[in-house]
Structures are given as structure tokens and as C-alpha cells.
Design a protein around this ligand. Structure first.
Ligand code: 3H9
Length: 696
């Protein structure tokens, strides 16, 4: 056996077969050293007469996770990945990629440059570049359609989804699924191909597209789905170039890749990628260990409680639900079953799995049933007296060391914790409806919450598949506090002259999943109505109060659930509520406001800048640890376009001086709403950005 150690790519030759091992923990990202290492390895293999064939394999948990995304913020370093892949593909000696874990992005492109691909049964393959605001830039858009056709290539590239080994084999993306140990299977596989001419994808023509108008139809469909995200649409341009000879197509792909690599959208999406991982890093926890959680108690079987129960069951926890009466419990259990049935009817869960989950699920009307639970999550009516009563009961029955969580969206958790004799065990776990689907989990630390209880919140959140974001106590925590400011602007604009559907259209064009008025109709106008009533006694007299939403609620129009809110719903389809428009106009008249038109740009600016200003205050007060935590809350829980990176990242991209200038202009009209955040002013004075506060 000869062995030549590269920096991170090693070559070991055994019985005429070279094993090329890529080793760059933790995910084998393809950094400059790996690219150079692959080129050196191929030169060595082709120059060594003792070698007849080669296997490329990854050390550690993954084959390769793709290009090293951290390099994208810097000038490109030679050699390029296309050069490294060309050195593999042009090898005279056959090369097989032996894939385990994941082969993503550039990792799959390396595999496509190999002559063959063999995979471990647990492997996943994909081209997720569009999620980073770019397109595959190393031949992926050219080689993939040559291998599996345009329709399947488009599906993988435009969705960025990962295909499992079985599906990959079925679509012809891989040549074999390994039986037994991967390296040994790859050895057997490649030995049988020694002497045969190595098949090279770049040497063949792409098959004809599946239909004559394939690209035209796909372009229309993708433009709708992309909602402003460029990479998805540009990926199709690159794919279409695969109808050209390989060199021309690859050149076109590279041009598009390079154009997108430095774009604002790519920067924002890279920020979102790293922010999603950084939120779990909480300096103040000092390495505190999470408590063991195997069973979860849920108090309340409404929409939220049932969603939490379903998420917990699917994550493998035992769940006990407690409701106040037998009837309520029956409804709660029914809600859980209905949710699980939804998975079954969509083919995403088998009947057996559902039955298995239901076997882990019990219900009771007696709080005593929660005694053995390691974590109890309260999801009852949003009322302080009710919550305190529940927590006093939980204190009486929960075992020592159990974590007691409230799902409140606004209320002071310190006050709730004070209803128990163990305030250190009390925490906020704020789920978002539907709780079994939405990925955001605000983890709210009260004054007395102990670090290991916070760490438990993160650990459980991770197991539930959520993105946990730490927040401190204030009215609305991070997300709802920003939404309140956002709504304030929306209300002010409709009183000044805009109409709800104009505001919604402008924000949807900005990229929000749904405009603010549609969101209110969906969640029920009574929720914010109750909040306004609660805040009325302490409302600052300087605040401009817009009463339009109260009048809509007084008319009994509470949104979708009453068939009427800002919109009228017929057959589920919304159309503007003309009566709401009359109320809006009356209210403007009452205040003597001369209504004026708003452009979409002005609507977007006012709402975005209100979010940024409040986000800055939230960071400054320590409610959010860093600006990136605010960004993640908005992207994961409130439909903010990921390709804009969240409001704080969007502010950096616009330029903080410009943002502050606009806020100061608005403050001249309304000093109370628009008092500029001191943090924003300081950053501008120091020539810094929000991203400077995010840490490495
Ligand atoms: C591309 O390939 C472009 C090419 O077409 C063209 C080039 C010319 N780079 O997620 P985890 C870090 S674009 C750098 O917690 P998991 C990550 O930040 C790329 N770093 O682990 C984290 O760091 P830290 C296309 C990366 O086991 C650590 O690794 N590829 C990269 O839950 C662990 O990550 C993708 O988009 C990277 N590519 O999941 C794949 N990937 O410890 C992106 C990860 O400091 N990656 N890191 O927080 C993933 O989907 C997941 O990370 C993966 C592992 C499934 C691989």
C-alpha cells in the first residue's frame, strides 16, 4: 500500500485501486485545499502505472456538503471547482464516487464528474444551491439533465430538495446502491469496470426536453413560485443552456453563477443559512447541560395544544394531554388525530406509524396525570389569571426537576413563574400556529429561569425540528413586538389613504408570504382586539390610535372564521370587504384626514423601516441576543422573505445611513411612532452594521 498525504485529500493505493479520501471536518466542504487536493490526487493516479482505477470517498459523516460557503464572501481562489471536476472526469482510469451521508451542491457535482456513482442506502443527494441564492456552478446544471433528463433535473435543482438513495437509483442518478460496507462495495464495483472506456457526461448530448414548451411553461411556473427569489428562475436559464454543446452550456452556467454569487440575495441567503445555525449558540448558557426529556405533558387541547402534541409525538416523545372537561378532552384528542390523519392522507405517514404514535398518546382531565412528565407545556387561553391558576396546579403535581413551560405569546412569564414555588424551572416556549408545521420556537428566558432549563428548551426544540431562538421578556417578545409596530404602520396608512388590499399587495410584492391584513383575517381579528383592550389603560397618550380595526371587530367581522374581516370570504376566496372600506373612509373623515394615495414602495418602506427600528430596540434591550436572532424570528415565524435575510440584514444591505435618514424623515411627521433606535444611530455614527454585532 502506498499513501500520499495531502493537506485534506489523501490517496491510498491497494491492489491497484486508489482510494481518494476527502477529509475536511465537519462536513467535507470543498475548500480551496480540497479542490487543489483533488487535482493533485488525479494527477498522481494517472501518473502511477500501478493504479488501474480510483474511488473518491468522504471521511466522517458525509461524502461532501458542497462548496465551502464561507469562501463566497471573499474573492474566488484558484483552482476552481470546475477545474477540479474536469481533472476527475478526464481521467483515463475509471473513477467512482462512493457516497454516504450527503452529496450536496458541489459535492454532487464532483460525483457527476466521476464516471460512476455508488451510494450507501442512507445517502441523500441534492443540488441545494438555489437556497443560497446561487445556482450549481460546477457543471451541475449541465451534467444532471444529460444523466436524468430535464424534468427530473429541474425538479431537483429548482426545489433544492434531497433525494434518498432509492429514489436516486430509480431516476438513474446513481449506478448502484451498496450492499454491505460502502468502500468494499465500491472496490468490487470499480474493479469490474477496469479496461472499459470511462463514460463522461460532458461527452454526450442532453436528451430532448420532455415537451416542446418545456422551458416556457417552467419559467412561468417558477416565476410564480419564486416570489422574487432570483436564483430559482436563473437556474432554469442555466438548465436551458444544457441544450447547447457542453462547453458553451458550462460557460453560460458559470456566468450566471458568478453574477449571482456576489448578489444581495445571495448574501442575504448565506446570512440566513449561518444565522439558522448560530441561533442555537447561546453564550450565556455557559455549557449548561439540558435535562433529560422523554415525556411531555400538554395542558390544553385547542389548535395550539394539539399542534404541540403532534409535533412532540412525531419527535418520539410520549405525550399526555390534560383538558378541563371530558368534552374538551375529547375535542383535543380529536384534534390530534385529525392532524395525524392529515399526514396519512397526504401519503406522508403510514397507518401503522400513526397507530404507533397514538399508542404513545394519552389524555386525562386530572392534572395528576402530568406527574411523571419531564416537560409540561401549557397552551391554554391567553389570560394571566387562567395561566397562574394552571401553573399553581402544575406546581402541585409535577415531579421535582420537571420543566414547566408556558406557550404565552405576550404575557409576563416572571409573573406566571411566581405562581409556583420553583420559578427556576419555568420557561416560555412560544410555538407558532400550526405548531406541528411552523419551524419557529421562541425560547423565552424569565428572570429566574436556570441555564439548564434554557438549554432544555433548545434541546427539545431541536428534537422537534424547530429553530429555537432565545428571547427575553417584554410585551410580545421578539416577533409579536415587531408585528405590533408593523400593524401600527399598516393601520396608520389605511387611515391616511391606502386600502388594506393595497397594503397586502405591496407587502406580498416585497416577498412576504402574506400581507398583514390577510394575516389578521387568518388568525382572527379578535386576538389583536383583545390585546388592544388589555393595553388600553396603559397606552401612551402621545400614541396615534387608529380605531378602524376596533370598528371592524365591533361589526362582528373577525376574519376568515366569521366569513368576513378585511376581506369577504366566499368559497374560501377573499375579495375586498366594501363595508370595511366604508368604515375606513368614515374614520379618516372623522379625524379630518385628507386621504392620499400610497405607492407600493412607500408602503414597503414604512413597514420595513418600522420593523428595523423596533428590531434595533429589541437588540439594544437584550431581548434578542443579536440582530441575527431577530432575522431568524421574522423569517421562520412571520413569512419575511428569506432572500432578504430578515429585517436587520435587509437594513445592512440598504445601508444603515439611508435607513436612519428615512426614519428621521418619518419622525418629522410622527415623532412618537418613529423615535429612531439609539443603537441604529450609534451604528451609523461609528460606520458599523448590524452584522458587526452578530459575531464570527
Ligand atoms: C455549492 O456547492 C456551489 C457549487 O455549485 C459551485 C461552486 C463553484 N460550507 O448544518 P450543520 C457548516 S454551494 C461551509 O450544523 P448537520 C455549518 O455552518 C453549497 N460550511 O450540520 C456548521 O458550522 P458551525 C451547497 C458549512 O450535520 C457545520 O458545518 N451545499 C457548509 O446538521 C455543521 O453544519 C449546501 O447548501 C458548507 N457548504 O447538517 C449544503 N455546510 O459548526 C449546506 C455546513 O460553525 N449544508 N457547514 O455552525 C447542509 O445542508 C448541512 O450543513 C448538512 C449537515 C446537511 C451538510
Amino acid at each position: 500500500m502506498t499513501e500520499t498525504k495531502g493537506a485534506t485529500v489523501s490517496v491510498a493505493v491497494e491492489d491497484g485501486i486508489a482510494m481518494v479520501t476527502v477529509d475536511n471536518p465537519p462536513v467535507n466542504a470543498i475548500s480551496q485545499a480540497i479542490r487543489q487536493g483533488l487535482i493533485d490526487a488525479m494527477a498522481e493516479i494517472n501518473g502511477n502505472p500501478e493504479v488501474a482505477a480510483a474511488i473518491i470517498i468522504g471521511a466522517g459523516r458525509y461524502f461532501m456538503a458542497g462548496a465551502d460557503v464561507r469562501e463566497f464572501d471573499k474573492p474566488a481562489l484558484p483552482p476552481s471547482l470546475p477545474e477540479a471536476i474536469a481533472s476527475i472526469e478526464s481521467s483515463e482510469k475509471p473513477v467512482v464516487a462512493a457516497i454516504h451521508g450527503v452529496a450536496l451542491g458541489g459535492g454532487l457535482e464532483v460525483a457527476l464528474g466521476c464516471h460512476y456513482r455508488i451510494v450507501d442506502p442512507g445517502a441523500k443527494l441534492g443540488l441545494p444551491e438555489v437556497a443560497l441564492g446561487i445556482i450549481p456552478g460546477s457543471g451541475g446544471t449541465q451534467r444532471l439533465p444529460r444523466l436524468i433528463g430535464f424534468a427530473k433535473a429541474l425538479d431537483l435543482i429548482s426545489s433544492g430538495r434531497q433525494a434518498g438513495a432509492g429514489e436516486a437509483a430509480e431516476m438513474g442518478l446513481v449506478d448502484a446502491v451498496a450492499e454491505g460496507e460502502l468502500a468494499a462495495a465500491a472496490m468490487d464495483f470499480i474493479r469490474q469496470r477496469i479496461g472499459a472506456a470511462p463514460p463522461r457526461l460532458s461527452a454526450i448530448d442532453a436528451p430532448a426536453p420532455e415537451s416542446q414548451d418545456f422551458f416556457e411553461t417552467a419559467r412561468r411556473r417558477l416565476a410564480r413560485r419564486a416570489r422574487g427569489q432570483e436564483s430559482i428562475v436563473r437556474a432554469l436559464d442555466a438548465l436551458e443552456a444544457a441544450t447547447l454543446p457542453f462547453d458553451q452550456g458550462a460557460k453560460r452556467e458559470r456566468e450566471i453563477f458568478n453574477e449571482l454569487r456576489g448578489s444581495d440575495q445571495a448574501k442575504a441567503l448565506r446570512h440566513a443559512f449561518f444565522a439558522e445555525r448560530a441561533v442555537a449558540k447561546v453564550a450565556a448558557l455557559d455549557g449548561a447541560k439540558p435535562r433529560e426529556v422523554a415525556s411531555i405533558g400538554v395542558v390544553g387541547g385547542g389548535t395550539m395544544g394539539a399542534g404541540i402534541a403532534v409535533a412532540s409525538l412525531r419527535a418520539g416523545y410520549q405525550v399526555t394531554m390534560v383538558e378541563a372537561s371530558t368534552d374538551a378532552l375529547t375535542r383535543g384528542l380529536g384534534n390530534v388525530e385529525k392532524n395525524l390523519d392529515g399526514y396519512v392522507s397526504r401519503g406522508r405517514m403510514s397507518e401503522e406509524t400513526k397507530a404507533g404514535l397514538m399508542a404513545e398518546f394519552t389524555g386525562a382531565v386530572d392534572y395528576g396525570a402530568l406527574g411523571p412528565a419531564d416537560l409540561i407545556i401549557e397552551a391554554v387561553f391567553e389570560d394571566m389569571a387562567v395561566k397562574k391558576d394552571v401553573f399553581a396546579k402544575l406546581d402541585a403535581v409535577a415531579k421535582p426537576g420537571a420543566v414547566l413551560a408556558t406557550n404565552t405569546s405576550y404575557l409576563d412569564i416572571d409573573e406566571i413563574a411566581a405562581a409556583t414555588n420553583r420559578p427556576g424551572d419555568v420557561i416560555g416556549l412560544h410555538f407558532f400556529a400550526p405548531a406541528h408545521i411552523m419551524r419557529l420556537l421562541e425560547i423565552i428566558r424569565a428572570a429566574s429561569t436556570t441555564p439548564d432549563v434554557v438549554a432544555t428548551g433548545f434541546a427539545v426544540g431541536r428534537r422537534l425540528g424547530k429553530v429555537g431562538v432565545l428571547a427575553g421578556i417584554c410585551d410580545g417578545f421578539i416577533g409579536n413586538r415587531i408585528s405590533a409596530k408593523f400593524r401600527q404602520q399598516a393601520y396608520a396608512m389605511i387611515e391616511d389613504g391606502a386600502l388594506p388590499w393595497e397594503v397586502d399587495a405591496a407587502m406580498e410584492a416585497f416577498g412576504m408570504a402574506m400581507g398583514p391584513f390577510r394575516v389578521m383575517d387568518l388568525s382572527g381579528l379578535d386576538i389583536t382586539w383583545a390585546m388592544r383592550k388589555r393595553q388600553a389603560p396603559t397606552r401612551d397618550p402621545r400614541e396615534r390610535y387608529v380605531a378602524i380595526a376596533d370598528r371592524i371587530c365591533e361589526a362582528g367581522w373577525l376574519g376568515q372564521k366569521t366569513g368576513r374581516g378585511w376581506y369577504v370570504y366566499e368559497d374560501g376566496k377573499p375579495s375586498p370587504n366594501a363595508d370595511a372600506e366604508s368604515i375606513i373612509i368614515e374614520e379618516s373623515e372623522k379625524k379630518g384626514i385628507a386621504r392620499r394615495p400610497f405607492t407600493a414602495q412607500e408602503i414597503q418602506d414604512r413597514i420595513l423601516y418600522a420593523m428595523i427600528n423596533e428590531g434595533a430596540k429589541i437588540v439594544e434591550e437584550g431581548i434578542a441576543q443579536r440582530p441575527l436572532d431577530v432575522d431568524m424570528v421574522e423569517i421562520m415565524g412571520y413569512g419575511f422573505p428569506r432572500w432578504r435575510g430578515g429585517p436587520m440584514c435587509a437594513a445592512d444591505i440598504i445601508g444603515l445611513d439611508q435607513v436612519l435618514g428615512k426614519i428621521r424623515d418619518y419622525a418629522r411627521e410622527d415623532a412618537f411612532y418613529w423615535a429612531p433606535a439609539p443603537l441604529l444611530q450609534r451604528l451609523v455614527a461609528d460606520g458599523k452594521t448590524f452584522s458587526d454585532l452578530n459575531g464570527g
